[in-house]
Design a protein around this ligand. Structure first.
Ligand SMILES: Cc1cc2nc3c(=O)[nH]c(=O)nc-3n(C[C@H](O)[C@H](O)[C@H](O)COP(=O)(O)OP(=O)(O)OC[C@H]3O[C@@H](n4cnc5c(N)ncnc54)[C@H](O)[C@@H]3O)c2cc1C
Ligand code: FES
Ligand code: FES
Length: 471
């Protein structure tokens, strides 16, 4: 069994011997770092949030993540920062000091998690005054994955709005000016299961050949299954740091997005160039989840209520699969073959997603869920429409939550193509849209509600485009 070493708050810790598939939170608490708490063990509360130091070009950045969903064995060589590493009771970190001054902590259970997320913002290199409508440039959404049961959010918001810029001699500013690396290759195991981080694609394919082996990326699905349902894999093969899965490039005719990039990273690096994806990100979980979750994981899970497929179907994306025999590109519309089943063969990895260019100009993503934010879709719809002289010349609509797989709304697309973009066309197409798919009734929504939402969604999309069309 290999060695497992993780730097925590600047000190290299030996985690060898700890079950490698356990989560980071459990291990941190076992070594006495008990500030991070377990609230839900499924990524919903943020009480367990800690910071991970990650490469950011020639510099480093601090990403706040839910430590309950991070697989310990995948962290060999990684650098983790907990609240204990930021400040002490005698010398509070500025983020702790503002929370205390604003009365932003009562029972304190949630506070380390808030401090972690706020510290990520405090040190965000591109935070500039006025950004996100805040004088100090704080993106309040950074706290969206942290729940507080007793203080109330106003004082916490006041605290966030009070953080200043870190001084140049702050030790973390100095650390983040230096480069860092992705976790190192490792192979660790115990009786409960193994974690392998391969050094190359070839090593990944070898590791995936083992019985019961599965790819691991951000772990935001796999660790919920482990923590809540007790489902483990014999071997987890950590693939998200493989260079082949980390591309993001624009060519003349497509954008290629690596399956191993976190959703936050994709958002940052696309920098608004795909408006439909920009509509998706704020509605996908929370920043704590998006700092870990990947597109490869979302398509690997192949849930009929995953949120990226409706947008990617609308964007006419394809999935690039890679295996020992090479690469193959599969249209996303053909990729899903049944409930949580796909064309991906055992041993193959999702390498990237390709989005053809040019993009259609009229786009939207509608997510209908029980809660406005941080919830699972009942129905999700992605739209991409192009008009030529007021007539629909190109249309793709992706649907989630209305069939065993994500699907295209083919009948609705037919009803729209070649028609003038008018209220009458939209109304006629909306009545087709409500017949799309084979929705079922479950805990989230009835079949009738799902169909009704499809109809309303198209009417809403039409209404939302009128201003843009008039321009
Ligand atoms: C609190 C919470 C909120 C969430 N909210 C949303 C939401 O709003 N919308 C939504 O769609 N999802 C949501 N999810 C689900 C989850 O975050 C996403 O599905 C995410 O994209 C999974 O990515 P990951 O990298 O964490 O996957 P992992 O958990 O690492 O893996 C998921 C699956 O994909 C496979 N896999 C991973 N990478 C690859 C690859 N490169 N090739 C082949 N297979 C691969 C794994 O073997 C596994 O089967 C939420 C989850 C939580 C815990
Ligand atoms: S314990 Fe709730 S998000 Fe981790
Ligand atoms: S201070 Fe008690 S849960 Fe937030």
């Amino acid at each position: 069994m290999g060695r497992l070493e993780i730097t925590v708050n600047g000190i290299v810790r030996d985690a060898t011997g700890t079950p490698p598939q356990t989560n980071l939170l459990t291990w941190l608490r076992s070594i006495g770092l008990t500030a991070a708490k377990e609230g839900c063990a499924e990524g919903e509360c943020g009480a367990c949030a800690v910071l991970i130091v990650r490469p950011d070009g020639a510099r480093s950045r601090l990403d706040s993540v839910n430590s309950c969903l991070v697989t310990l064995g995948s962290l060999h060589g990684a650098e983790v920062v907990t609240v204990e590493g930021l400040g002490t009771p005698d010398r509070l970190h500025p983020t702790q000091a503002v929370l205390a001054a604003a009365g932003g902590s009562q029972c304190g259970y949630c506070t380390p998690g808030f401090v972690s997320s706020l510290a990520g913002e405090y040190y965000r290199a591109d935070r500039t005054p006025g950004q996100h409508g805040c004088g100090n440039g704080v993106h309040l959404e950074a706290l969206a994955g942290n729940l507080c049961r007793c203080t109330g959010y106003r004082p916490i918001k006041d605290a966030a709005l009070a953080i200043e810029s870190p001084p140049a001699d702050d030790p973390w500013v100095e650390r983040l000016a230096q480069p860092s690396s992705w976790p190192s290759p490792v192979s660790v195991s115990d009786a409960a299961g193994a974690v392998v981080r391969p050094a190359s694609l070839a090593e990944a394919f070898d590791a995936l050949d083992a019985d019961g082996a599965a790819p691991l990326a951000g772990g935001t699905d796999l660790n919920v299954e482990r923590n809540i349902l007790g489902r483990t894999k014999a071997t987890l093969v950590a693939v998200e740091a493989l260079p082949e899965l980390r591309c993001l490039e624009f060519t003349d005719d497509h954008i290629e997005i690596g399956a191993g990039l976190t959703l936050s990273e994709i958002e940052r690096r696309l920098a608004g160039r795909v408006p439909l994806l920009d509509a998706l990100w704020p509605q996908f979980a929370s920043p704590l989840i998006r700092n870990a979750a990947t597109l490869g994981g979302n398509l690997g899970t192949a849930s009929p209520i995953g949120d990226s497929p409706p947008t990617l179907l609308a964007l006419e994306a394809s999935v690039v699969l890679i295996g020992r025999r090479g690469e193959r590109e599969v249209p996303l519309a053909d990729y899903f073959t049944g409930y949580r089943q796909t064309l991906r063969e055992p041993g193959e990895l999702i390498k990237s997603v390709r989005v053809p260019l040019p993009l259609a100009p009229l786009t939207a993503f509608h997510k209908i869920a029980k809660r406005r934010m941080d919830d699972i879709s009942s129905v999700a719809v992605g739209y991409a429409v192009e008009l030529s002289d007021g007539v629909v010349s190109r249309v793709r609509i992706g649907l989630g939550g209305v069939a065993a797989t994500p699907i295209r709304a083919l009948a609705t697309e037919d009803a729209l193509l070649g028609c003038a973009w008018t209220p009458e066309t939209a109304a006629a197409a909306a009545s087709v849209m409500k017949t799309e798919g084979t929705p079922i009734s479950d805990a989230r929504a009835s079949a009738a509600y799902r169909s009704a939402m499809l109809e309303q969604s198209l009417l809403k999309f039409f209404a939302s485009t009128r201003e843009e069309v008039a321009r």
